[in-house]
Write a protein of this length. Structure first.
Lengths: 294, 296
């Protein structure tokens, strides 16, 4: 049972991808191609390098989430920076390129200057992951080939079309982490440095500027969800998995295993639908379709 | 057969002044505007048009606003970076207690409900209230509390409300969408930080070199892109019969600009679109007159 996979962005929510991958393996599905964006790109890179879902979970859990932020001297400007995370990733992905991957994959980013989606499929894996995960303004944009790249989720939160392009004859299983429209909009609390007491951050968040920023972030959230819905409507993945992670904030510190478990639960609820895709009738239909197109 | 048409007037701050020229050119070319769906600055133009103001009078309104400015914060309003005190004062005085009933052209003003992310149609009540909700650029201007909802700029979810315009007319009447943002794939527009004029240039240069400011800049650029993506998807889905694109994408949303010149971009855009526009009316008045006498 072969599929192509599209792993969406969503920061900490993205740990749910690990659970989805684990269940796919347990049920004997073969992932023949993956497209990932943002946190989905991170999981994609590890999985395509040959890490098992359990190894990915253990690797991510070994990282101290307090150390992710910070600015490196040569970084592009950003509010939080991701120097700590980048340094840690370097120890895992440093020197690796797309040529080292065992599964064909693309990571998506967006070029700020041309306002186009960019598909990264060659060169340094680390650079590609960091570009794909560069939440605009929060993490530094990455320069690759004269492009100024930020989070691919900006224009396409779940890269279904790239996943289909990688394997046109396989069904696409998409994992979307954004809440569907109609659920309350989410702001994100930016992580609080340890030395700032809770009482002060509470007071800061009551300031009118902070509240104005809150309105901006909530409207960004609904815009992102709107784009996500439109793209899913147009690109129509064969199977859509939506882990219940709307309570998890993008930059929240989480228990990796707990979020991964939610990916498993979401997978279980679509399993009958997924099995049905591989009924002999549907296999035959796909075979006929690919034959008639070739 | 008359050339009846519905228009969707999109948002875009000062770019919206070009709607004046679009409406002027449409009326001049014999089109009858049967309904307007509008958001943000498009909503202000829609209200002015519906109340019967001429294009010149509309331009005067914007000349006036350019002099007084729009912003200013108010102690009692919802939190916002700039606030809309001067604009609010002006529209309250100008439109007073006028309601949607006073409009000669049916109008739907759209806003976005921010809690659940829904597009909201406003079609009755005080025009002023609808306007202030529709122009509330999130965070920059205060959100409006209306009908138990927090409303912001309708452009957040649907920058060109084609479906709203279509809902006002019968199925045979074509809908033209007036789009003010650049398509995707075109380099980023000028949505970058603009500092107030009283800051001397040497200081402005230094401020712009600050890393925090550059980070905000990148955030705004990506916002602009997101907005263009949403525009594209909405247009793909709502399929207007025609898209009119005034050449204003390079203007900065919160600029005040050259009113007359921007309005003229609207006239030019209609002129460019006119051949396609006339194709929507295969038996338009001119043809009819030539071939058969018009029924009395």
């Amino acid at each position: 049972m072969e599929i192509s996979l599209a792993l969406g962005g969503g920061g900490s929510k993205g740990n749910a991808h690990i659970g989805v991958l684990r269940r796919l393996e347990q049920h004997g599905f073969k992932v023949r191609a993956i497209a990932g964006t943002s946190f989905g790109a991170l999981v994609t890179a590890f999985y395509a390098l040959g890490y098992t879902p359990d190894e990915i979970e253990a690797t991510f859990s070994s990282f101290d989430q307090n150390k992710i932020y910070g600015h490196a001297p040569e970084d592009e400007p950003s509010f939080m920076g991701i120097a700590g995370g980048a340094e840690w990733l370097e120890t895992r992905l440093g020197g690796k390129t797309f040529a080292d991957l065992k599964i064909p994959c693309v990571l998506t980013a967006v070029d700020l200057n041309s306002a186009k989606e960019v598909l990264l499929s060659e060169g340094s894996l680390l650079d590609a992951v960091l570009a794909s995960a560069a939440i605009p303004g929060i993490f530094p944009a990455r320069r690759i080939n004269n492009m100024e790249l930020v989070d691919g989720g900006t224009l396409d939160p779940v890269p279904v079309a790239p996943a289909r392009a990688l394997a046109p004859n396989l069904p696409v299983v998409a994992v979307a982490l954004n809440a569907p429209m109609g659920e309350p909009a989410q702001s994100w609390s930016l992580p609080r440095p340890k030395y700032v007491p809770q009482s002060i951050t509470d007071r800061l968040s009551k300031m009118r500027y902070a509240q104005a920023i809150d309105v901006v972030l909530r409207s960004v959230d609904i815009m992102n969800r709107a784009v996500s819905e439109y793209r899913l409507e147009v690109d129509k993945p064969e199977i859509l998995i939506r882990p219940a992670v709307s309570d998890v904030e993008t930059l929240e510190q989480v228990s990796i295993g707990e979020i991964a478990k939610r990916g498993e639960d979401a997978f279980d609820s679509v399993l009958p639908e997924l099995m049905n895709l591989f009924s002999w009738q549907n296999r035959l239909a796909r075979a006929v379709k690919s034959w008639s197109q070739s | 057969m008359d050339k009846r048409i519905a228009v969707a007037l999109g948002g875009g701050g000062v770019k919206g002044v070009s709607h004046i020229g679009v409406l002027r050119a449409l009326v001049r070319n014999g089109f009858e505007i049967e309904g307007i769906g509008a958001t943000s600055m498009g909503a202000l133009i829609g209200v002015l048009f519906g109340l019967g103001y001429s294009p010149d009078e509309m331009e005067q309104v914007f000349h006036h606003l350019k002099r007084t400015g729009y912003s200013g914060r108010d102690k009692n309003s919802e939190p916002a970076f700039l606030g809309l005190r001067r604009f609010e004062k002006f529209v309250r005085e100008f439109f007073g207690r006028k309601t949607f009933h006073d409009l000669k052209t049916p109008l739907i003003i759209t806003a976005a409900e921010i809690e659940h992310g829904r597009e909201v149609y406003i079609r009755e009540g005080l025009l002023v209230e609808a306007l202030l909700a529709s122009v509330a650029l999130p965070g920059i201007f205060p959100a409006r509390r209306m009908m138990d909802m927090d409303l912001v700029d309708g452009g957040v979810l649907n920058p060109v409300p084609v479906d709203a315009a279509r809902s006002l007319v019968d199925a045979k009447t074509p809908v033209a969408a007036v789009v003010l943002t650049a398509p995707l794939g075109v380099p980023a527009t000028m949505e970058r930080i603009v500092l107030p004029r009283f800051i001397p240039r040497w200081l402005a240069r230094r401020i712009k070199r600050l890393r925090v400011v550059q980070a905000i800049d990148i955030f705004l650029l990506s916002q602009d892109m997101l907005n263009r993506a949403i525009t594209k998807h909405n247009l793909d889905r709502s399929k207007p019969d025609l898209i009119i694109r005034p050449d204003v994408a390079h203007l900065y949303t919160l600029d005040t600009g050259y009113v007359t010149e921007i309005a003229l971009e609207g006239d030019s855009a209609v002129r460019r679109a006119l051949p396609d526009l006339l194709k929507l009316f295969p038996n338009s008045a001119t043809e009819e007159l030539r071939h058969e006498p018009r029924p009395a």
